[in-house]
Ligand binder design. Structure first.
Ligand code: SF4
Ligand code: SF4
Length: 375
């Protein structure tokens, strides 16, 4: 048999991978089953992965189900994304104390520099991280908190073989195969013996891979991995026609579909919270009752909240119509003007976790089907 690049390891060897990362001082995070969903949390060992679980997703629907096998990554993405660790929902920025003489001391919040390792990063999520890198550390102003968390983060990617009912990464050109931006990439192979093909994407990834118990991959392993990913790409739950999408949306700001969606949208903001690329935040200041201690925290915010666009005189987006339109046209149109790329990676979370099942692919299709239709 022909040898090729990559190493094949047994499912049990994932524990050696987690151990090797922990030995190097990483806080290892990965998928676990909690509260009826697959979420990202601390991993003590690979035994905590969602072994034998899958998810069923559709607009406004998410269910966990048992698989007939012991797959470790036989599901799509859940309500969490890695942004909750790189850009946490609640971060204290500084604290201030006033002593008896009235002197104030301001302490900047120390950075959390524990190196992070993410196990199970999907291709769409690698693209989402790349997008947030551009926002937080790719421009003139660097977000020090994000920079510290992102700095040495070790990314173990996973090629998808079981896309979700709301996934459309193929349409967005962001998956299901991982292409770059990872230290190690895993492909789980179930046929012909349960095993993982592991490929290195960086020097430190290759060094760690050298420590794992396994054998050199052969052409049959690589072919099986290619077939698994190709099969996933044929089974996307959703599609989106992105041809000239920026101009389509910018030219249809008064389309009647915005009124239709406004009748259904609860402006709850779920879609922005689960989205791996949304990055809006607000700062909140609080003091204790004595008035001697104060702190400022940064919290996730959303373009769906009225306060977010409140300037003197009121909110500039007072209606559900204006807020949904802002969100969708930013994601799919003006993000190109601002960051040179789409703000959507096709992960499908906003469709699954919208309580009324509003579907961004359906909204685009409705506008495309009848452009220029005004309210
Ligand atoms: S589109 Fe859905 S998830 Fe987003 S704000 Fe409206 S109701 Fe909430
Ligand atoms: S807009 Fe929806 S599908 Fe696109 S990246 Fe955000 S959550 Fe995923």
């Amino acid at each position: 048999m022909t040898e090729t690049t990559g190493t094949v390891i047994a499912p049990e060897a994932l524990d050696a991978l987690v151990g090797a990362l922990r030995t190097r001082g990483f806080r290892v995070l990965g998928p676990v089953v909690r509260d009826g969903a697959i979420v990202y949390d601390d991993l003590g060992s690979a035994a905590e992965l969602p072994i034998g679980w899958t998810d069923r997703q559709d607009g406004g629907t998410y269910r966990l189900e048992r698989r007939a096998d012991e797959a470790r990554f036989g599901f799509a993405v859940g309500p969490h994304s890695w942004k909750r660790f790189l850009f946490p929902p609640h971060v204290r920025l500084w604290r201030a104390r006033r002593d008896g003489g009235g002197t104030q001391a301001v302490e900047e919040e120390p950075l959390d520099e524990t190196p992070l390792a993410f196990l199970g990063v999907r291709s769409c999520e690698l693209h989402a991280i790349e997008i947030q890198d551009r926002v937080f550390i790719g421009g003139k102003y660097i977000d020090r908190d994000y920079a510290a968390r992102r700095g040495d983060a070790f990314l173990v990617a996973v090629n998808c073989f079981e896309p979700g009912g709301t996934c459309f990464c193929v349409s967005m050109g962001t998956g299901p195969k991982v292409r770059s931006g990872y230290d190690l990439a895993l492909t789980e192979l179930l046929d012909g013996g349960h095993r993982f093909l592991v490929e290195a994407g960086s020097e430190r990834g290759a060094e760690l891979l050298g420590e794992l118990p396994g054998r050199a991959a052969v052409a049959a392993d690589v072919a099986a991995a290619g077939a698994a990913v190709e099969s996933a790409s044929q089974r996307m739950g959703r599609t989106m026609d992105v041809q000239d999408i920026r101009d389509l949306l910018v030219d249809n700001l008064e389309h009647r579909r915005w009124d239709d969606v406004a009748e259904r949208c609860l402006t709850c903001g779920n879609c922005t919270l689960v989205c791996p690329t949304c990055f809006c935040s607000a700062v909140e200041d609080t003091t204790d009752l004595s008035g001697n201690e104060a702190e400022r925290v940064r919290v996730w915010d959303s373009c769906f909240s009225v306060d977010y666009s409140f300037i003197h005189g009121g909110s500039v987006r007072p209606t559900a119509r204006s807020r949904y339109r802002q969100w969708m046209t930013h994601k799919l149109a003006t993000w190109f003007d601002q960051f040179g790329a789409s703000g959507c990676v096709g992960c499908g979370r906003c469709i699954t976790w919208c309580p009324v099942g509003i579907d961004i692919t359906e909204e685009v299709a409705a506008i495309r089907a009848n452009p220029g239709s005004r309210a």
